[in-house]
Design a protein around this ligand. Structure first.
Ligand SMILES: Cc1cc2nc3c(=O)[nH]c(=O)nc-3n(C[C@H](O)[C@H](O)[C@H](O)COP(=O)(O)OP(=O)(O)OC[C@H]3O[C@@H](n4cnc5c(N)ncnc54)[C@H](O)[C@@H]3O)c2cc1C
Length: 394
């Protein structure tokens, strides 16, 4: 059996490792655009803060692939998929045949239309090294900019705060995670940031960058903001260009059924790139977090080797920003819920939003209310309605 895996991140690698465990004789190839063996993107923030040494960010060493007789092609890009003749053409010029193909290519940061030295994106360890280089060149008191209002913006917030650097933060809407948070919860996050000393500009469109080659600032409606680094976190864009003409169905991600199979025979998708049929939450969903990518990698390996079982997980993502703990459980898109109930309040400093669809709980956002985590996770798994839940009051 020839397994070809495109993408050597946690989803692709976990699948490769599981396939090797279940079939010692299979031919397994992992193709990855990045030059590095598997590392943890989750640890990049800790590495940047100097809390984890660079070598500890890596989860595999180069010789691991050889030891497990997995052919590893770093620095190589999949450029074209031919589903009729079952091969992928790679940037090294070779055509790789497959019996089963896994697409685990993740996503990439959405770039600004403009660029200057001093603009930073954060996805890879190379991005982190670049940011460390920029930080090492800063003069005392230099101001840092952040544009965006999602998870990556939080990574920059935490880093710059840890380094004691003044921060100007701007974003387009009025609140963080605007697809998931209601106004009151958004206000709580903004309050924590402002109290933490962040200069906050909401309703701001980035109009231009200032500087010749080096960044000196960025322009929003309220005028020029002088900063010498700008961390950009304005969402992600998966690249599907190499799949053009292959007939693989694409929506917000590569569409799969509950088994992580695409509409094309013997082609599978897992991780950040997959828009899978979530049997727990009852809809097609893209989930972008480490736990989901790893679990899907493990699961898809089973399906690829012939075990037809649906993927089931209530995934969670936790992040800290200026001491505020935000936990996201299950399906947290306001627009996809019939009702979003609020427990707690701005005044109490803790808010939980519970997302309900078809009279059953499908998700939760917990701001400083970790105590609701087990209750909501169980409610999602057990298909309970909001009215059945008993919250601990303040
Ligand atoms: C800075 C940062 C911090 C994060 N922190 C957290 C956290 O605290 N908790 C959490 O749950 N999640 C976190 N995440 C998200 C988590 O890391 C992702 O959900 C997870 O890495 C997704 O894994 P993946 O394997 O699906 O995709 P990826 O990790 O993106 O891997 C995909 C790989 O495919 C390669 N590739 C893409 N296109 C091609 C092609 N055409 N040919 C060959 N190779 C290709 C890419 O170069 C990449 O190496 C964080 C992400 C970042 C960037």
């Amino acid at each position: 059996m020839r397994y070809l895996i495109i993408g050597g991140g946690i989803a692709g690698m976990t699948a490769g490792e599981a396939l090797r465990k279940s079939d010692a004789k299979a031919e397994i190839t992992i193709v990855d655009e990045e030059q590095h063996p598997l590392y943890s993107r989750v640890l990049l923030g800790h590495y940047l803060k100097g809390k984890v040494p660079r070598e500890r960010v890596f989860l595999k060493q180069e010789d691991w692939y050889h030891q497990h007789t997995i052919e590893w092609l770093p620095g190589t890009i999949a450029e074209h998929l031919d589903v009729k003749n079952k091969f992928v053409r790679l940037s090294n010029g070779r055509e790789y045949p497959y019996d089963k193909l896994l697409i685990a290519t993740g996503t990439a940061p959405r770039p600004l239309d403009v660029d200057l030295r001093g603009v930073s994106y954060l996805r890879t360890i190379d991005d982190a090294d670049h940011l460390l280089q920029l930080l090492s060149e800063q003069k005392k008191g230099a101001r840092m900019g952040i544009y965006g209002s999602g998870f990556i913006a939080c990574e920059y917030l935490e880093l710059f705060r840890e380094l004691g650097l003044p921060i100007t933060l701007a974003f387009r809407g009025d609140r963080f995670w605007s697809r998931a948070l209601l106004p009151e919860a958004g206000e709580l996050v903004n309050k924590v940031l402002v109290e933490g000393g962040v200069e906050l500009h909401t309703h701001s469109n980035l109009q231009d960058l200032v500087g010749e080659k080096e960044l000196k600032g960025f322009v929003i409606e309220e005028g020029t903001q002088e900063v010498s680094i700008l961390g950009v976190g304005i969402g992600v864009v998966p690249d599907f260009t190499w799949l053009a003409d292959a007939g693989v169905e694409i929506g917000k991600g590569i569409k799969t059924d509950e088994f992580l199979q695409t509409n094309v025979p013997d082609v599978f998708a897992a991780g950040d790139v997959a828009e899978f049929k979530d049997v727990v939450l009852g809809r097609q969903l893209v989930i972008m977090n480490w736990q989901n990518a790893m679990s899907q990698g493990r699961h898809v390996a089973k399906v690829m080797s012939g075990e037809q079982v649906p993927f089931e997980l209530v995934s969670s993502y936790s992040i800290n920003v200026f001491g505020l703990e935000a936990i996201f459980l299950g399906d947290v898109e306001v627009s996809e819920a019939d009702e979003v109930y609020v427990v707690g309040s701005l005044e109490s400093g803790g808010i939980t939003q519970v997302f309900e669809r078809n009279k059953r709980v499908v998700g939760g956002v917990l701001l400083n209310r970790n105590r609701d985590r087990i209750l909501i996770t169980k409610a999602i798994k057990n298909k309970q309605s909001f009215s059945e839940l008993e919250f601990v009051t303040d």
